[in-house]
Design a binder for this molecule. Structure first.
Ligand code: MTE
Ligand code: MO
Length: 445
């Protein structure tokens, strides 16, 4: 494994101590304000509590005209490419303080705690590079198709962008997402427990169309090998059924613009429902073959060590999973009363059917509201109304997908998978809420 958690078995201290980095502290302070604001807004829609009235009576933010009302605003084009507000600057991708970087192998996590809806802003989409990233000149990039095809071909970006295109919203999750929790190390925030997931609208050409143009031999050629142009020789086998379904895309667009360099500009493979590693970035070659290739990224990485000592290979589908993002580890609820519990759910097998939420560690469950749209192999946002009585609580979410798969507890998952895995952890996440309002990561079997 290229990435290791540097503190195996460590008991989780308060998040503030764990993350000494001042930036992270400032995020947490920012989140406290956010929670306070959320509390006031949400309360206003329900019963107006005394605390909100008392605050607004002599509130200088109401009585005094702020400078933005009494002065000229900035002209356009201060930032030709728009930037988030300066007050949101703490919400960024972060490398885990517990993970060691090995050469060009690195990972940065999406700050799920601060996101809404289902789309991940491109600048916050997690990054996983086996050998660093490049900003590739599209004029010099090529896609080669070879192997069991009538006509081998080489495409330029101009060639590809002339072809009929489609746009689809899908999640991408690294197979190693939530991997550190196998060891019950309780990393402090949802950014680090679940932040190797993102959801974007991707635009590109179905790979099937390109293989048709090359006269692929679909009878013998039941697999393709996808290869990236970076120095990691990233190669993955993709079963032909997935390509024949029309879902696999050779994509150049992400959220309405060209892919970001970190996410594979100018071309990446989109393999809906399948773990991130198969979404080959900087895609330069597709070979059609008659059996799985068994490459390094399939033989020694992305395999699951089972309790009987055997390795499971090609467990590529990302199983049904969910996590509460607010309130989540490191956040602080400032007061009891109304809170919106919000989170995300997804399944590599299709649509999310339902999500249930428990506030008592899994004894009782209540159904969550699913925000629309609910899309296949995409993130679905859920919400639950909750009035906190100020007592300790354990918050959990459990998702069910349209194929009937149910997200397992840690006990259920470990009974099948043992404890030696790195990848494919879709267990129910628990957040403990203390009387102080502090939220921390705990494991409930
Ligand atoms: N060429 C290439 N493709 C790659 C990788 C890589 O290092 N090189 N990393 C893979 C892994 S392990 C994951 S999880 C996803 C991450 O995609 P992202 O960086 O856009 O989030 O890309 C995959 N595709
Ligand atoms: Mo990954």
């Amino acid at each position: 494994m290229a990435i290791e958690y540097a503190r195996p078995g460590r008991v989780r201290p308060a998040p503030e101590n764990f993350l000494s980095d001042t930036d992270i502290e400032s995020v947490q302070n920012g989140r406290r304000d956010f929670i306070r604001k959320a509390f006031v807004t949400a309360s206003a829609a329900m019963v107006v509590p005394a605390v909100a009235k008392a605050q607004s009576a002599g509130d200088p933010a109401i009585l005094n005209l702020p400078e933005w009302t009494t002065s000229l605003g900035m002209p356009v084009a201060t930032h030709p490419y728009g930037m988030p507000s300066q007050y949101e600057r703490g919400l960024v991708r972060r490398e885990s303080p517990g993970l060691t970087r090995v050469g060009g192998s690195s990972v940065s996590f999406t700050p799920l705690q601060g996101l809404f809806g289902i789309i991940t802003p491109s600048g916050l989409h997690f990054e996983r590079h086996h050998q660093g990233w490049h900003d590739i000149d599209p004029a010099r990039h090529r896609l080669m198709i070879n192997g069991l095809v009538k006509t081998e071909a080489v495409y330029t970006m101009d060639d590809i962008m002339r072809l009929p295109s489609v746009s689809r919203i899908h999640f991408i999750e690294c197979g190693a997402n939530t991997g550190m929790e196998w060891g019950n190390v309780a990393v402090p925030t949802v950014q680090y427990t679940h932040g190797m997931i993102a959801c974007s609208e991707f635009t590109g050409v179905p790979l099937k169309l390109i293989l048709d143009m090359c006269g692929a031999d679909y009878k013998k050629g039941r697999f393709v090998l996808a290869e990236g142009a970076d120095g990691s020789s990233m190669t993955r086998t993709i079963p032909m059924e997935l390509i024949e379904s029309g879902e696999v895309l050779v994509a150049y667009g992400q959220n309405g613009e060209m892919l970001r360099p970190e996410n594979g500009y100018p071309l990446r493979l989109v393999v809906p429902g399948v773990q991130g590693v198969s979404w080959v970035k900087w895609l330069r070659r597709i070979e059609v073959g008659d059996m799985p290739y068994g490459t390094k990224d399939e033989a020694i990485h992305y395999i699951d060590l089972m309790p009987d000592g055997l390795h499971r290979q090609y467990t590529s589908t990302q199983e049904v999973k969910s996590v509460i993002t607010t309130p989540s580890g490191g956040q602080i609820l400032l007061d009891k009363g109304f809170h919106n519990i919000s989170g995300i759910a997804w399944s590599g097998r299709g649509k999310i059917e339902r999500v249930d939420v428990s506030v008592d560690g899994g004894i009782n469950w209540m159904p969550a509201r699913l925000e629309t749209p609910v899309l296949s192999k995409a993130i679905t946002r859920f919400n639950v109304d909750w009035t906190w009585d100020g007592k300790p609580a354990i918050l959990q979410s459990r998702a069910v997908d349209e194929t009937g798969h149910v997200q397992p507890s840690y006990g259920q998952l470990r009974a099948v998978r043992g404890t030696s895995s790195i990848y494919h952890n879709n267990a129910i996440q628990s957040w403990r809420l203390a009387e102080s309002g502090e939220v921390s990561n705990v494991q409930v079997l």
